[in-house]
Design a protein around this ligand. Structure first.
Ligand SMILES: C[S@@+](CC[C@H](N)C(=O)[O-])C[C@H]1O[C@@H](n2cnc3c(N)ncnc32)[C@H](O)[C@@H]1O
Ligand code: SF4
Length: 357
């Protein structure tokens, strides 16, 4: 396995939906996931092929937001910018469990983070442990800014059974780091990474797999090699290099665009958009269709269900976990949404500027 992966760049290999199903078959063959999960993913794929508004399978990817609160103020993140427009809240453990109870037999992956800092939720380890116990075989993942990783929290997280953690790490010194991670403390992040690796070793575990992520921006692009060295010295499992972007939901927002102008890197290879006059396009705009609404759901901290993580404000809320996840999944709103996607994705406010997945 390579010790570095690049997200969102031309070099990235995108896995097609069918590729994901094939991966499921491979996992079943190796005994990692049950045949039931693979059959479920296949049913989702069949519905997608037919562009059917009703999906035969259950969602097999769950993104669930423990909280939309955050300690940092990253200038291009809707949470950091203070433009989320949602009440700051913490997902009740009961709603989390309900999602897992309803979807546990179909899930291949659960990402317990979205907009906010997941480690600010005190019951995060309980959530991860519940997902591991009740969605056996599903990979459980979080992304965090590492400010709440310490000698006390790290062992709890390791013991929860977490499979993978992405840690945001966008600079190799305080001055560089805090330009994007506003209010952040570089030394705290370094200490957090060390605490996690030490806890993993002390507990004799191999998980979580630790990936350190570097967002390439104008002010830090000169530190990419220093980042690689530091990641190696810290002993993380893999590095991620990711170009800075801004949320598709903010595509037409002049303030966000102006802020983006301050951050996008000089190095053309690490830009995610192509500039043409005044307009920008994703370099990957050749992508034909988006599969998200046929295979995954995103749950916001108040229990709202939205079709994908690119709806930070819950504009496309399909229902609430409290109404029953599966009721919502094939409910009227979701079916209308899929029908609209199938017929006119290029005209839907949020989808028309998204490269899809
Ligand atoms: C919204 S954050 C939530 C998790 C956590 N608070 C964090 O920052 O890692 C989810 C992911 O988005 C990334 N991110 C933040 N701002 C970004 C930007 N402008 N472009 C691309 N990714 C960004 C973060 O580094 C993180 O990997
Ligand atoms: S740390 Fe994560 S959630 Fe918080 S403001 Fe930054 S990107 Fe957004």
């Amino acid at each position: 396995m390579s010790d570095e992966r690049q997200i969102g760049l031309e070099t990235e290999l995108r896995h097609s939906f069918l590729g994901k199903v094939r991966r499921g078959v491979r996992l079943w063959w190796s005994g990692e996931v049950s045949l039931r999960r693979v059959v479920n993913a296949g049913l989702c794929h069949l519905s997608l092929r037919r562009r059917s508004p009703h999906v035969l399978g259950k969602p097999f990817f769950l993104m669930i937001e423990p909280t939309n609160a955050c300690n940092l103020r990253c200038p291009l993140c809707p949470t950091g910018r203070g433009t989320l427009g949602r009440k700051t809240t913490f997902l009740p453990l009961g709603l989390f469990k309900q999602c897992i109870d309803e979807l546990g037999a179909s899930l291949l992956e659960v990402n317990v983070s979205n907009y906010g800092e997941p480690m600010m939720h005190k019951e995060l380890p309980e959530m991860v442990a519940y997902a591991k116990a009740n969605a056996p075989g599903a990979k459980v993942v979080i992304g965090c800014n590492a400010h709440f990783l310490n000698d006390e929290s790290a062992p709890r997280l390791v013991e929860s059974g977490l499979d993978l953690i992405y840690i945001s790490f966008d600079g190799v010194d305080q001055e560089t780091y805090e330009k994007y991670r506003v209010r952040g403390h570089f030394e705290k992040v370094v200490a957090g990474v060390k605490a996690l690796l030490a806890a993993r070793e002390a507990l004799g575990r191999t998980n979580p797999f630790v990936e350190l992520q570097f967002l390439v921006m104008k002010h830090n692009e000169h530190q990419m090699d220093a980042f690689r060295t530091m990641a190696h010295e810290l002993g993380v499992d893999r590095r991620i290099i990711k170009p800075v972007s801004f949320n598709v939901a903010d595509w037409d927002d002049a303030d966000t665009r102006a802020t983006y102008g301050e951050f996008f890197p000089d190095n053309e290879d690490y830009r995610v958009y192509r500039h043409e006059g005044d307009s920008w396009h994703w370099k990957k705009d050749e992508l034909a269709f988006c599969t998200a609404a046929w295979r995954s759901i995103t749950v916001l901290a108040d229990g709202s269900i939205v079709p994908c993580c690119r709806d930070p404000r819950g504009v496309y809320t399909m229902g609430n976990v409290a109404d029953g996840v599966l009721e919502v999944w094939n409910g009227e709103r979701y079916q209308k949404f899929r029908k609209a996607m199938a017929e006119r994705r290029d005209k839907m406010a949020i989808c028309k500027v998204c490269p899809g997945e």
